[in-house]
Design a protein around this ligand. Structure first.
Ligand SMILES: NC(=O)c1ccc[n+]([C@@H]2O[C@H](COP(=O)([O-])OP(=O)(O)OC[C@H]3O[C@@H](n4cnc5c(N)ncnc54)[C@H](OP(=O)(O)O)[C@@H]3O)[C@@H](O)[C@H]2O)c1
Length: 326
């Protein structure tokens, strides 16, 4: 049995179980309703009527909830590319999408992490493909996407790979850090988008999620080049939406506030004390919070394009206005 047929049979079993459980629930509901009607005819009419009303209300509301939840999954069986999938928001997106039944194409630089992630995701009835890719390398990006498109149709692109390096004044900035941020956060996002958008235009469908940042809208001290790079992501998201008007392709810019991932560890060159201090005294966002939001955005009906979302921890109202418990 190939991996693909195995996955399919798991999926069929899963759907079969769901169907059977729905059928048995309906049977149980009708038997209970009959019993209540019988009881009502026999004695205690007033109490019986009340009981039946309560039961019918319960059935109506639980069935409606189930229907809404099922309706929201409009992305099952689609295929998503996630860049920067080995950690934080990208990794959380991989799990959240797998839960929705979305097939995954995951990319990042660290091969061992990709292999471990693929292994962990094998419990879901979806296909998972991984590519070791540094989004700064244009030739490699084109080579990887030629291979992707030889085998798959891409429905969703999550442009997530990105990083901040350092938090110093601009006059003390390290040029190599500026270059890495610009090359990853702006040019890498452009290289990947350039490989994907023409195919989405040809198929006249697709959803691109660009991970911006609150830093793209509000600059904070020492954030200089990182903030500028995320500001560029916001501008590019707007530009993509403008250039794709008249198509069914949607572009959503997702701008998180402080999220506890490896982001700060990377920013402070592996210094865990400095990184932990960023999240001291308040509850930051988790990568899963952003992934949940992304699943919500992706599941919006085809005529709804959520173009920009700013999502912050409740304790944080802007990069510099943050309440920390003593
Ligand atoms: N955490 C926050 O507070 C926060 C707030 C706003 C926005 N963001 C944005 O959210 C995105 C994800 O960050 P995160 O918080 O999840 O941080 P993270 O845990 O450090 O994850 C960053 C991911 O990007 C990948 N990556 C970095 N450079 C890459 C490159 N050149 N090519 C391919 N992949 C690369 C990393 O994988 P490899 O090292 O394996 O390549 C990693 O998987 C970033 O764009 C970041 O700017 C984060």
């Amino acid at each position: 049995m190939t991996a693909r047929t195995k996955h399919r049979s798991v999926k069929e079993k899963f759907n079969g179980r769901m169907y059977l459980s729905q059928v048995s629930k309906n049977v149980i509901f009708s038997i209970l309703l009959k019993l209540i009607q019988q009881y009502e005819q026999d004695s205690a009419k007033r109490f019986g009527l009340n009981l039946r009303y309560r039961f019918e209300f319960f059935v109506r509301t639980t069935t409606r909830q189930k229907k809404n939840m099922a309706n929201k999954n409009r992305i099952q069986n689609q295929t998503a590319v996630v860049t920067g999938a080995t950690s934080g928001i990208g990794q959380a997106c991989a799990f959240a999408l797998a839960e929705q039944g979305v097939n995954l194409i995951l990319m990042a630089r660290r091969a061992e992490r990709l292999a471990a992630l693929k292994d962990e995701l094998s419990k879901y009835p979806v296909t998972v493909k991984t590519y070791v890719l540094d989004v700064r390398e244009l030739d490699k990006v084109n080579e990887v996407f030629a291979d992707v498109y030889a085998k798959h149709k891409v429905d969703i692109l999550i442009n997530n790979a990105g990083l901040a390096l350092g938090l110093g004044n601009i006059d003390e900035g390290r040029i190599e850090q500026w270059e890495q941020m610009i090359d990853t956060n702006i040019k890498g996002l452009l290289y990947v988008s350039r490989a994907v958008i023409p195919k989405m235009r040809a198929q006249n469908s697709g959803h691109i999620i660009n991970i911006g940042s609150m830093a793209g809208g509000i600059t904070y001290p020492g954030g200089n080049v990182y903030c500028a790079s995320k500001s560029a992501v916001h501008t590019l998201s707007e530009a993509m939406n403008l250039d794709l008007v008249g198509t069914n392709i949607r572009v959503s810019n997702v701008a998180p506030g402080a999220a506890n991932t490896e982001f700060s560890k990377v920013r402070f060159d592996g210094n865990e004390t400095q990184a932990d201090a960023v999240y001291d005294g308040f509850t930051p966002l988790g990568a899963e919070d952003i992934a949940d939001l992304i699943v919500y955005i992706l599941n919006a009906p085809a005529h709804v394009n959520i173009q920009h979302t700013l999502v912050m921890p409740t304790a944080q109202r802007s990069p510099t206005v943050l309440h920390r418990d003593q």
